[in-house]
Design a protein around this ligand. Structure first.
Ligand code: ZN
Length: 220
């Protein structure tokens, strides 16, 4: 018996960054798709849950970083699901690039960018089928409210399931051993925006916050 985080919501083991599946009678939604080749772990996990690839309806992407979109193209090909993302991140995904530059000091930047280009060479471009904006409501396995949560990246989107009390926060929030922090540091596009996005999400009173890295954070 595989233990859900809350009824119907699971974290797919072995995928970086965190990939979550939301299962229901109507099918499966997947939130973020991990590094390249993660579709294999995602499909294997769904099989353990007794779900066929064709059960996946939507692949919801929070932002265009390679550890969130790497498996998206192959997962779409295997499942026939639609890929959903915000317009800014979606445009970057279509070209297999990220939406912000990592702010490293001069001497490190060249080496980092070279490594980054190499890594990104393995990401298959994926143009979203559906563009979503702040305030949109998606009817999939559960009702999901789309939140534009910029800061980590300029077009970052989070997905909130009000009926489940679950917030899929991507990298807008980080979980460190059960404590939350807004995105910060060198890979954050704008820390002020990141703080604002964090507060805005907390005012929704989610019961559990599922971030792109780290363990679930329970608020009650
Ligand atoms: Zn990220």
């Amino acid at each position: 018996m595989i233990q859900p985080i809350v009824a119907g919501v699971y974290r797919v083991p072995g995928v970086v960054a965190n990939c979550y599946v939301l299962t229901g009678t109507d099918g499966v939604d997947v939130i973020d798709a991990g590094l390249p080749y993660s579709h294999r772990q995602i499909l294997a996990f769904l099989r353990r849950l007794g779900r066929e690839p064709g059960a996946v309806r939507q692949i919801l992407i929070t932002h265009a970083d390679r550890d969130h979109v790497g498996g998206a193209a192959a997962l779409r090909a295997a499942t026939g699901a639609r890929v959903v993302a915000g317009p800014l991140e979606g445009a970057a995904m279509s070209e297999a690039r990220e939406t912000r530059r990592i702010g490293l000091p001069g001497p490190m930047r060249g080496a980092f960018e070279a490594a980054s280009t190499l890594l990104f060479a393995r990401v298959t471009p994926v143009a979203p089928d559906t563009a979503v904006n702040d305030g949109d409501e998606l009817i999939g396995v559960a009702r999901l409210r789309v939140l534009h949560t910029p800061g980590h990246t300029p077009g970052h989107m989070s997905y909130f399931a009000p009926d489940l009390g679950v917030l899929f926060a991507g990298d807008s929030l980080r979980s460190f051993g059960g404590r939350l922090r807004a995105s910060f540091g060198a890979n954050t596009d704008n820390e002020v925006q990141a703080q604002e996005s964090a507060w805005r999400q907390l005012t929704l009173n989610p019961e559990v916050i599922l971030a792109g890295h780290g363990t679930p954070v329970w608020t009650k």
